[in-house]
Design a protein around this ligand. Structure first.
Ligand SMILES: NC(=O)c1ccc[n+]([C@@H]2O[C@H](COP(=O)([O-])OP(=O)(O)OC[C@H]3O[C@@H](n4cnc5c(N)ncnc54)[C@H](OP(=O)(O)O)[C@@H]3O)[C@@H](O)[C@H]2O)c1
Length: 228
């Protein structure tokens, strides 16, 4: 049975991905900052294949505790889902620099830390996959204004994933960023294009069937290649 680790699994896309992978009979290690308040997630505990761990993705000690818990265990799929927008003030004349730094810590540095920290677990799997939820808003090919913090942190994590894909090729670890669509979650808002169920279904099919052919490329939730 495959082991899937999903960060930021208490709400939004992470919660729905957890549900979808459990429904497919996988074992899910779902992480969140406050398990005691993660009611929707703990309600899924009827699935005996779910384990919930506390994880603050920007805290090295929190990541170390997770790694200690998982020492020696095979990890088939790591999904870096936790992400933030980076504050309300991201415009040319009003920038929240602290929130921008925080966006880099959550959206860019944390995926690198988790992938490299859990590399030994991934190497034990037959078809290991390291996935990061990025965004089309980070694509250098799409020209749109505003959201400097969010866009730059996602563009940066795309580069991190591309470089890691080459460095992890010898380990056979499929490494790529994915765009989940514009999704109706707390982050995406109620006017977004697609439901969280549709996004998670598409991402599940994509990730479940990934091979080394996918590595080092940027994918959409519909399984289409996205321009960098
Ligand atoms: N929704 C969209 O339209 C859209 C589009 C493109 C890309 N994405 C990406 O998809 C991913 C999921 O988005 P979403 O819409 O599901 O967002 P969401 O509803 O805002 O949920 C974000 C999740 O990330 C967690 N998180 C944030 N900071 C964290 C930290 N420091 N440590 C641990 N967990 C943290 C949150 O936990 P708390 O509850 O504790 O805050 C929450 O579980 C993100 O990476 C986002 O950038 C979303």
């Amino acid at each position: 049975m495959e082991n899937i680790l999903i960060t930021g699994a208490n709400r939004g896309i992470g919660l729905e991905l957890t549900r979808r992978f459990l429904d497919a009979g996988k074992r899910v290690i779902a992480t969140c900052r406050q398990p005691d308040n993660a009611n929707d997630l703990t309600r899924l505990a009827e699935h005996c294949q779910l384990t919930v761990f506390q994880l603050e993705v920007t805290d090295p000690e929190s990541v170390s505790r997770l790694c200690a818990e998982l020492e020696g265990e095979t990890l088939d799929v790591l999904i870096n889902n936790a992400g933030i927008m980076g504050g309300d003030r991201q415009s040319i004349d009003n920038m929240d620099y602290s929130a921008w730094i925080e966006a880099f810590e959550v959206n860019t540095l944390a995926p690198f830390r988790l992938i490299t920290s859990l590399r030994a677990n991934l190497r034990l799997a037959g078809n290991p996959r390291a996935i990061t939820l990025s965004s089309q808003m980070g694509s250098l090919n799409r020209k749109s204004k505003g959201s400097h913090a969010y866009r730059s942190s996602k563009a940066a994590v795309n580069k991190v994933m591309q470089v890691l894909s080459m460095e992890l090729e010898a380990d056979g670890i499929v490494t790529c960023p994915v765009h989940p669509g514009w999704v109706r979650t707390d982050m995406g808002g109620s006017s977004a294009d697609i439901s969280v169920e549709d996004s998670a279904e598409g991402l599940f099919k994509l990730i479940d069937n990934m091979t080394m052919e996918h590595s080092g490329r940027f994918w959409t939730w519909e399984g289409k290649e996205h321009p960098w």
